[in-house]
Design a protein around this ligand. Structure first.
Ligand code: ASP
Length: 278
């Protein structure tokens, strides 16, 4: 990725952070703020979520997204959805239903029932992802980046996490990664923290990376908790990136993937950063 891309990604994550913060100031809860941040990132074509998602082997985007409310341990997710522009909004609808995860055609039908319009799958395809897809088909391309996530603690002490992805470039049709699995790519629990993950989904899922980070907060600092989770992913042979806010409002992020852009805000400070991984 060139430096210009870094700058515009930082603008993207900062914009999402500011929108979430404004909602919190207006009294919205953590869940609503996390969903709004991820919705904006899905609409930003430079990230691998919503418009601009990685394309699967057939050249379509198949989207996964999840939301979790730390207060109730409510979880809602969708997987392998092809015709929904903002899968994070559909994940929220699933959270507000009797289900935890809906996939494919059934998820699309549920979207219509809940009033989320169908989009033409071609609307999700960008020039950049088409180029990556073509390159991936020529040689096994190992680059994968741009999954989006948000973690929020609100003034009432409520924690929430939201994650959205197009998965991995040239992935098998129907392949689902860590993002929509509770505790793998997305996790929030009152008293602990909220975590969202990016990286190689199969490894993050087997390591239960997000849950592992949140659960190890008790005796570790946020940074150490993330390291412990990424070490577990690494021991399986994978790499990842994690963002976290704990129940005390401490924020942390860590990655073993090549690049990750983050923007954060707390009552004490704010910033945005592009980091190259270890
Ligand atoms: N974690 C996502 C997946 O495996 C991909 C990514 O984060 O880039 O589906």
């Amino acid at each position: 990725m060139g430096r210009e891309d870094w700058t515009s990604r930082l603008v993207g994550v900062s914009r999402a952070r500011d929108a979430a913060w404004r909602l919190l100031e207006q009294g919205a809860d953590a869940l609503r703020a996390a969903v709004e941040a991820v919705r904006l990132l899905e609409d930003d074509p430079q990230f691998n979520a919503g418009v601009g998602s990685a394309l699967n082997r057939d050249g379509f985007a198949e989207l996964d997204a999840a939301v979790m409310d730390g207060e109730t341990l409510g979880f809602g997710a969708v997987a392998a959805v092809r015709d929904v522009k903002n899968p994070v909004l559909l994940a929220l609808e699933v959270l507000n239903s009797e289900h935890v995860l809906l996939a494919g055609e059934g998820a699309s039908r549920f979207a219509r029932e809940r009033g989320l319009p169908a989009c033409d799958p071609r609307e999700l395809v960008t020039e950049r992802q088409l180029e990556r897809w073509t390159a991936a088909r020529r040689r096994a391309l190992e680059e994968r980046s741009g999954t989006v996530g948000a973690v929020v603690l609100d003034a009432g002490g409520r924690l929430a996490a939201a994650t959205s992805t197009g998965g991995m470039v040239d992935q098998r049709v129907g392949r689902v990664g860590d993002t929509p699995l509770p505790g793998a790519g997305t996790y929030a629990e009152a008293g602990l923290g909220a975590v969202s993950a990016t990286g190689h989904g199969e490894f993050l899922a087997r390591a239960l990376a997000s849950y592992r980070a949140a659960a190890s907060l008790g005796d570790r600092s946020p940074q150490e908790a993330l390291r412990a989770a990424l070490d577990a992913v690494g021991r399986l042979g994978g790499s990842g990136g994690l963002i976290l806010v704990d129940a005390r409002g401490r924020v942390a992020w860590a990655q073993t993937t090549p690049e990750m852009s983050v923007a954060w805000r707390t009552p004490a400070d704010e910033g945005a950063q592009m980091r190259e991984g270890a």
